[in-house]
Design a binder for this molecule. Structure first.
Ligand SMILES: Cc1cc2nc3c(=O)[nH]c(=O)nc-3n(C[C@H](O)[C@H](O)[C@H](O)COP(=O)(O)OP(=O)(O)OC[C@H]3O[C@@H](n4cnc5c(N)ncnc54)[C@H](O)[C@@H]3O)c2cc1C
Length: 376
């Protein structure tokens, strides 16, 4: 197939980072096309916890969380097999399904003048920047790669040195009214052997249970999801209590493997595509800051593209803004693999719940970084 040259920017990936960057470029009058492989809005593996930083970027992009039915969360409950501690988040988080949010992002992109095409799966990116899809090969002036958890052939991420051994699952449940009331307003972070779960309400009275487990545990239970939930509930009775009498809302859970937690892209020279979102940096999920980081990277990349600062300046700024939070959160995720450490941490937090808010602040982007990116 002969590659056709394209003026402007081609964005591959229509999750959060892709549409956000596309909107900011289009608002500046740039020609932008966006391709996503899903034909219709789909569920994604994500805890769906929207930090204040993510909300700030979404507001800038014109996304109205209230009209999507987002719920409010202002407390965090840390739960281990033996202990639990509740603290204030220090901000009001929101929660909404990715299916609703991503659909709104693509609609906003189309409204901003982005040429959005769904149902196109890019196969690979060649060394000269040619983007190969089943129906066409394009050589855009600029390529933004925002394929999230999925690597594109030719521009894949190197997972060396990252925490990439766990399996991720997500399922929705209709909880009993009593459990729904107890969970409302909280995000629950549930630590167990080999992983952790996030549990919170999303719109339409559904609860999102999203978790990471060790492949050994999954294998030991013969890959049976109901048995896995029962096993986790046996270890952490609090989870069993929450899910008692709950009705699963998806036919089957969503699953993922090989997410490279701790990844931060630091290229040694120019590359055919600019990486955005999870393709540029992956912060451990328990921080609930991955979406904010994806949007932040989109903003930095769009600014660097529009001002002519270039790819190198973009990656340097991203590393300055996100490097510490990614490293601290990855250290904590590693440490939480130790059962004795988990119990000591939960006891400490039960005695001093304010530390939960401090921990949250240290493992996310700083307000100063957000302000600087927003004003650039
Ligand atoms: C278990 C888990 C829990 C998490 N919980 C939270 C949380 O509670 N809060 C939070 O803020 N973050 C959370 N995150 C992180 C968050 O989900 C990601 O950081 C965020 O989705 C990254 O956005 P993105 O735009 O980079 O990628 P994505 O949102 O993954 O979007 C990528 C898009 O690219 C498209 N695509 C992929 N391959 C191709 C291809 N070949 N061709 C065309 N299109 C393609 C996909 O269809 C998709 O729409 C969690 C992550 C995991 C794994």
């Amino acid at each position: 197939m002969t590659a056709r040259a394209m003026a402007g920017t081609l964005v591959v990936g229509g999750g959060l980072a892709g549409p956000a960057a596309a909107i900011w470029l289009a608002r500046a009058g740039q020609p932008v096309a966006l391709w996503d492989r899903e034909r219709v809005p789909a569920h994604k593996i994500c805890g769906e916890f929207l930090s204040w930083e993510a909300q700030a970027w979404l507001a800038d992009l014109g996304i109205e969380l209230d009209s999507l039915g987002a719920v409010a969360i202002d407390r965090v409950r840390l739960v281990t097999a033996r202990r639990s501690a509740v603290g204030r988040l220090g901000f009001t988080a929101r929660s909404v399904t990715r299916r609703a949010l991503d659909a709104a992002m693509l609609d906003a992109a189309a409204a901003a003048g982005v040429e959005v095409e769904r149902g196109i799966t890019v196969r690979e990116v060649l060394a000269d920047g040619t983007v190969v899809a089943p129906h066409a090969a394009l050589r855009p002036e600029t390529l933004f790669v925002a394929t999230g958890k999925h690597n594109l052939r030719g521009v894949g991420r190197d997972g060396t040195g990252t925490l990439n051994h766990q399996l991720g699952f997500k399922a929705y449940f209709r909880l009993t009214p009593a459990q729904r009331a107890a969970l409302s307003g909280h995000v629950e972070l549930i630590l167990f052997e080999g992983g952790y779960a996030g549990l919170q309400m999303v719109e339409r009275d559904a609860a999102n249970l999203c978790f990471l487990v060790s492949p050994d545990r999954w294998k030991r239970l013969d890959g049976d999801f109901a048995a896995l939930i029962a096993d986790l509930s046996g270890e952490v009775p609090h989870l069993g209590e929450r899910l008692q009498g709950a009705v699963p809302l998806l036919d089957r859970p969503l699953a993922i493997s090989g997410v490279p937690y701790g990844f931060l892209h630091r290229p040694s020279g120019p590359e055919p595509g600019w990486r955005l979102g999870d393709q540029a940096a992956v912060i451990p999920s328990f921080t609930g800051d991955g979406m904010s980081l994806a949007l932040h990277s989109a903003r930095l990349a769009a600014t660097a593209r529009l001002t002519g600062a270039g790819q190198g300046a973009y990656y340097r700024r991203l590393a300055q803004d996100a490097g510490r939070a990614v490293a601290r959160a990855t250290w904590l995720q590693r440490a939480s693999a130790d059962g004795a450490w988990r119990d000591r941490a939960a006891s400490l937090l039960a005695a001093a719940p304010a530390l939960l808010g401090l921990g949250a602040r240290l493992t996310r982007l700083s307000p100063a970084a957000i302000r600087r990116a927003a004003q650039a």
